[in-house]
Write a protein that binds this ligand. Structure first.
Ligand code: HEC
Ligand code: HEC
Ligand code: HEC
Ligand code: HEC
Ligand code: HEC
Length: 466
């Protein structure tokens, strides 16, 4: 899997459309006789509202999820418009490139006419199935497992996300002996329990170079070997009714799909989504002292405090769109009123002194942040510059799957010092840094971004001048 600093070429360019999805590639997973549809109308998909009456629990959870948010997500909307404008200046049409995963119904039906100035008003005028982003039927009409997505800049082939759906009055799922209802037939499919189910959207390569590779990170890991799928962690089991008229069942799956994001605008059930998110993040990683510190440290020496951070997620941490994420360590070493070390602290605007704010590492030289950075030939970042097609490399500093990282903090103990040194460290995580939202012109949303403290330690060491 990944090495600590695997440098991978990244070249995402933004790109374009093609209405017909290649479905010639037969499902080789198993001999599945269910049909696959090749062209779609909006009416082939029902709105989630139509499911709500009989599946209130599933609807409620899904409606708080990022899947329901993906087409009205203001960060997404800004980014997609910037990518469109940038490419258009260079004579390139990227069409449904972003839409295809963020609103499969819009992508599959070519419903968006003007991609350049996609506004909330335009989105609000679209049919519900489109506004609903990754809506129920984008998943529950799936008849075969899709492949991961590779787009090609070289071949100008940009709208390649595969959907193996068939629209009929049947919905597929994992229930044994589903009871009948007037709206749809129910058919069991074991595919819904597998990670591959998610990979058309959750694994993106660009001319076969890694871009957002959550599925690839999971593949070959101990989690795969143990049968711990994406659904195991992101759709945990509970007992209840799958439908209001149905029997009690003990194998239902939560539909909150927590990750790191929370809706930054008014959105249903934020409180419930936060609880699901906190439950997930509680397990995400651990921070510990790697070496037991000595009972006493002499003054006028340098103490090297070693921390170990272990990743417990089913993939790298962060994963997917890891470029804007911030996962970092905040460390303080304090003796009475003297701060001997401070790292990972926030400035007055809520930023940390990372690559973007402090490229020369003058202010916080010991900062440890685990993310990916995209560079072009001038060294500029891909996060702030839209010209991602000019990317020449991606530095991957995420925590690798099933692995840990050891980091050192050197703490200079002044001469003549006596007292108790309090060392505290927190592993902190947030979806977006303030500078990025300011850059997008979304500063009013900054206050809605929460920082989650994944784990923390504190340790007391004695400092003596004798
Ligand atoms: C292959 C499917 C796919 C394509 C194509 C795609 N995305 Fe995404 N996008 C995703 C997935 C999946 C996530 C969630 C991943 C994560 O949170 O790590 C995501 C997350 C994002 C986010 C972060 C959203 C948030 O609120 O945290 C932004 C912004 C975004 N995408 C913008 C874009 C833009 C702009 C494009 C087109 C240039 C695009 N995406 C194309 C699948 C895709
Ligand atoms: C008229 C009520 C009704 C409506 C409307 C309805 N369903 Fe269902 N659905 C049911 C019942 C009843 C079951 C079976 C529940 C059980 O046996 O526990 C079911 C089962 C399912 C299953 C499990 C299928 C399986 O075999 O595992 C899925 C998935 C599903 N529905 C999705 C949807 C979606 C998506 C919509 C909206 C497009 C929807 N349903 C609309 C009543 C309904
Ligand atoms: C062992 C549990 C586990 C498994 C298995 C797992 N995840 Fe996660 N996932 C987590 C945790 C914990 C987080 C929060 C930390 C993070 O962002 O990585 C997370 C975060 C995410 C995110 C947000 C990542 C980000 O940083 O923006 C996405 C998207 C995601 N998972 C998708 C998947 C997919 C797709 C699979 C299957 C290939 C999967 N997960 C398998 C536990 C798991
Ligand atoms: C991103 C894909 C996705 C979306 C969107 C989605 N589901 Fe599901 N759903 C699944 C998967 C996958 C399973 C089975 C999970 C497993 O077996 O591990 C499932 C299971 C179900 C089941 C079977 C009972 C259970 O809880 O396992 C029902 C009913 C259901 N979903 C209804 C809905 C409804 C209604 C919506 C929209 C309001 C919806 N789903 C949205 C992927 C999705
Ligand atoms: C049709 C495309 C599609 C499919 C299929 C899909 N997802 Fe997603 N998923 C997305 C997009 C797009 C986002 C990000 C939306 C946003 O934030 O704007 C997302 C977000 C998520 C997140 C939240 C990430 C975060 O940063 O908080 C998780 C977790 C997740 N998906 C898990 C899954 C799992 C598990 C499956 C399979 C059962 C799945 N998804 C199937 C498109 C998809």
């Amino acid at each position: 899997m990944y090495t600590m600093m695997s440098i991978r070429i990244y070249l995402i360019s933004l790109i374009l459309f093609i209405s017909c999805i290649d479905l010639s590639d037969d499902d080789n997973q198993r001999n599945n006789t269910l049909p696959i549809q090749t062209s779609f109308k909006v009416e082939d998909f029902s709105s989630a509202e139509e499911c709500a009456g009989c599946h209130p629990q599933h609807y409620a959870e899904w409606s708080s999820s990022m899947h329901a948010y993906s087409m009205v997500d203001p960060v997404w909307l800004k980014q997609q418009n910037m990518q469109q404008a940038h490419n258009s200046v260079n004579g390139i049409e990227i069409g449904d490139f972003c839409v295809q995963c963020h609103s499969p119904v819009a992508g599959l039906t070519n419903l968006i006419e003007n991609h350049i100035d996609l506004t909330n008003d335009v989105i609000n005028s679209l049919p519900a199935q489109v506004k609903e982003g990754v809506t129920c039927d984008a998943c529950h009409l799936t008849t075969h497992l899709p492949s991961p997505t590779n787009i090609s800049i070289d071949n100008h082939n940009y709208e390649t996300t595969e959907f193996k759906l068939y629209s009929s009055d049947t919905r597929y799922g994992i229930l044994d002996n589903p009871i009948e209802n007037d709206f749809h037939k129910s058919v069991y499919s074991s595919d819904y329990d597998k990670s591959e189910f998610c990979q058309n959207c959750h694994n993106l390569t660009v001319d076969n170079r890694d871009a957002e590779t959550t599925q690839f990170e999971w593949e070959g890991s101990a989690f795969q070997a143990m049968g711990v799928e994406c659904q195991t962690c992101h759709m945990p089991l509970y007992s209840g009714k799958a439908a209001i008229t149905g029997p009690d069942r003990d194998n239902l799956h939560r539909h909150f799909f927590p990750g790191i994001d929370e809706a930054l605008i008014d959105f249903p059930r934020k409180v419930e989504h936060r609880v699901a998110l906190e439950d997930l993040l509680l397990t995400a990683a651990e921070i510990n002292l790697f070496e037991t510190p000595p009972d006493t440290i002499k003054s006028d020496t340098v103490w090297n405090a070693r921390l170990i951070i272990s990743n417990n997620t089913g993939h790298n941490f962060p994963s997917g769109t890891s470029f804007p994420r911030q996962l970092w360590i905040e460390v303080f070493a304090i003796v009475d009123d003297d701060t001997l070390l401070a790292s990972g602290f926030l400035d007055a605007r809520g930023d940390i002194y990372d690559f973007y704010i402090d490229p020369d590492r003058n202010i916080d030289p010991q900062l440890n942040i685990f993310n990916t950075i995209l560079y072009n030939t001038e060294g500029d970042s891909g996060l702030l510059k839209v010209s991602v097609e000019n990317m020449v490399e991606m530095v991957n500093n995420t925590l690798p799957v099933s692995d840990s990282r050891i980091v050192d903090y050197s703490i200079q103990i002044p001469s003549g010092m006596n007292g108790q040194l309090e060392l505290t460290a927190r592993l902190r995580f947030r979806s977006f840094p303030p500078f990025y939202l300011r850059h997008l012109g979304l500063e009013s949303l900054i206050e809605n971004v929460n920082i989650f403290d994944i784990d923390a330690i504190s340790e007391t060491v004695y400092v003596s001048s004798n």
